[in-house]
Design a protein around this ligand. Structure first.
Ligand code: PMP
Length: 291
């Protein structure tokens, strides 16, 4: 598959201040972040031409860069403008947007303070429908401990662990994997946060051992706003049986209903779809998604 196909025919990528045609947007084989997982990035969505929480995503991107010691030369404002430019230049209204900061190709050494720090912004058309009924399996891989790599950095360094989990689920014909933290508490799904519900209330794990998602925080505020109690607490696998609702949240996932979670020889089913569809339609209103 060439890049154009994978990007739904988006034509231009913004790289270090220049708009470059997709077919010419190559980087060196010596790219440091390719060898040593040193990139940080964002995943954002535009709905009907407006990027949802664009400023918040840019702030998180710059915070990830800071946490991972990537000294980037672009301001918040410049990054916000670059994202808008990529959308307009590619004529995109409903899109997934990926800003990425990476170390350049000046040295093959693991550490060299003089390696360049670069920024690209790409986007692809994307306008998915809400999904539900996902089949999820417990991953044999734990989240990387928060004292190993800064956990609130959306860094490519975390994604090796995530890809291993996703591949494990895919090999077994599941839609996604559930990961535990190093203390065996429920953390999150591969690239989304997780919520459980019963009796009109929601619970979600405390976001100090995994990425505290912008969607997660939006959904917590949104649910509280419409009178749904939301509790953040440690959850173990033994707690799952108490709930009849489960869903994941993320910029790409939006709000996706989970139909079942398989844990070794036990299968937990989640059949409550009523609150799920209320939350999905509230979320659509907030982000400006056309249903
Ligand atoms: N956890 C991980 C590991 C992720 O990759 C994502 C997607 N960015 C999320 C959670 C959800 O974060 P957000 O709602 O900010 O997209």
């Amino acid at each position: 598959m060439n890049w154009n196909e994978s990007a739904n025919l988006s034509k231009f990528v913004w790289i270090n201040g220049q708009m470059i045609e997709w077919d010419s947007a190559y980087i060196s084989v010596l790219t440091h972040s390719l060898h040593y997982a040193g990139a940080v990035f964002e995943g954002e969505r535009a709905y009907e031409g407006k990027i949802f929480k664009s400023e918040e995503h840019t702030k998180r991107l710059l915070n990830s860069a800071k946490l991972m010691n990537l000294d980037i030369n672009y301001s918040e404002d410049e990054i916000n403008k670059a994202k808008e430019l990529v959308l307009s230049k590619n004529n995109l209204k409903n899109a997934y947007i990926r800003p990425l900061i990476w170390r350049g190709a000046e040295s093959i050494g693991v550490f060299n303070n003089n390696i360049s720090v670069n920024l690209l912004v790409l986007a692809q058309e994307s306008n998915p429908e809400f999904q539900s009924g996902l089949r999820v399996i417990l991953s044999p891989w734990r989240k990387i401990p928060e004292n190993a790599i800064p956990i609130q950095a959306k860094s490519s360094a975390h994604y090796a662990n995530i890809i291993l989990s996703k591949k494990f689920a895919d090999d077994k014909n599941y839609d996604d994997a559930l990961l535990l933290d190093q203390f065996d508490n429920i953390a999150e799904c591969s690239t989304s946060n997780i919520f459980f519900g019963c009796d009109g209330e929601l619970v979600t794990p405390i976001a100090d051992r995994f990425l505290s998602g912008i969607t997660r925080n939006t959904v917590i505020a949104m649910a509280r706003n419409i009178g749904i109690k939301v509790t953040e607490k440690r959850l173990s696998l033994g707690d799952i049986a108490e709930y009849d609702l489960c869903f994941q949240t993320g910029t790409a996932a939006e709000i996706k209903g989970i139909g079942s979670i398989d844990i070794e020889d036990k299968k937990f089913h989640f059949t409550n779809r009523k609150m799920l569809s209320i939350l999905q339609s509230e979320y659509a209103k907030i982000v400006g998604k056309k249903l």
